[in-house]
Design a protein around this ligand. Sequence first.
Ligand SMILES: [Zn+2]
Length: 295
Amino acid sequence: MRYCEESKQNRRGSVRVAVIALMAVLAIVALAFAFWPRDEEQSSENSGAGEKSTDDAGEKSGADTSMSSLPYFEPENQSRYDAYLAQNATLAPDDAVWMVNANLDKVRYVDYVVIPDPSDLNVLVNKYNQLPADYVPDDLVEIDQTKMKAVAAEALRKMQADAKTAGLTFIAQSGYRSYSYQNGLYEGYKKTDPEGADTYSARPGFSEHQTGLAVDINKTVSDLSDFVGTPEADWVYGNAYRYGFIVRYTEANTDITGYMSEPWHIRYIGVAHATKMHDEGIDSYEEYAAKHMSQ
Ligand SMILES: [Zn+2]
C-alpha cells in the first residue's frame, strides 16, 4: 500500500515534472513566436535605415568624390566651395569648384591680388588680379595706330593678312595702355557714368591692355561699337583662336568677367591655349585658367 502510495506519489511527481517541462517548452515556443517577428521587423527596419543612410552617405560622398576627383580641385578651398554652393543652389558642384578657384566668391576690386609675374603670356588680368602700377612690357612694337607685345603683334598681322584674303579688313585701334593712361580713361568714364563705368572700363592696373597682349580692333579708327555685328566681327569670333587670340568679353561670360560684351577686344594667349579653349567650348578665360592653369 505504501509502495502503492509511494508509487502513486512518484507517478504524480512524474506527471508534474512532465507538465512543467511542457509548460517550459510552450513558454519557449511562445517567447520565440513573440520575439521572432519583431526581431525581423526590427532587423528589416534597421537594414532599411542602414540602406537609407548608406544611400545618403553614398550621394553625399558621391558629390564630394566628384568634386575632389576634379583635376582642378583644391582641398584648402573646400569650405569656400560649400559656402558658394549654399549661396548658389542651382550651381553644379564642378562649376562651383572652378568659380571659387577663379575667386568669383570674392568681392571685385576689394579682394584682389597683385600679379607676381605680369610678363607671363598667359597672365590672367581681371577684377581680382591687378598688374603692378609700374609694369611696362619690355618688347612693345608698333602696329597700326598702337603698340603691342611683339608676339601678339605678329599673330595679329597674320590674322589680318588671312582676313584680307577673305575680303575683310580690320585694324588695331588700341593695344598697349599704360597704368596712368588707363587711370585717365576710367576716371573720365566714371565722371559721366558712375554707375555703369565698371561694366566697360577697367580700373587702372586691372586692364588687360597694360599687358600689351590685348587689343581693340575696328574696321577703321572710330567708335568701337561700330565693329559690332560686322562681317569682320563674325570672322574674328570664329577664327581668332587659330592665331592665338580669344574674344575676351562675350554675352556668354558677362557674369563671370563683369564686363559687357566687347566683340572688338581680343587677347593673345597663344595658339595652343586658344585652340583648347575653343575646342572645349569654354566661355571665359577665367574658367579656362581655373581649369587648365595653376594660379
Ligand atoms: Zn579693350
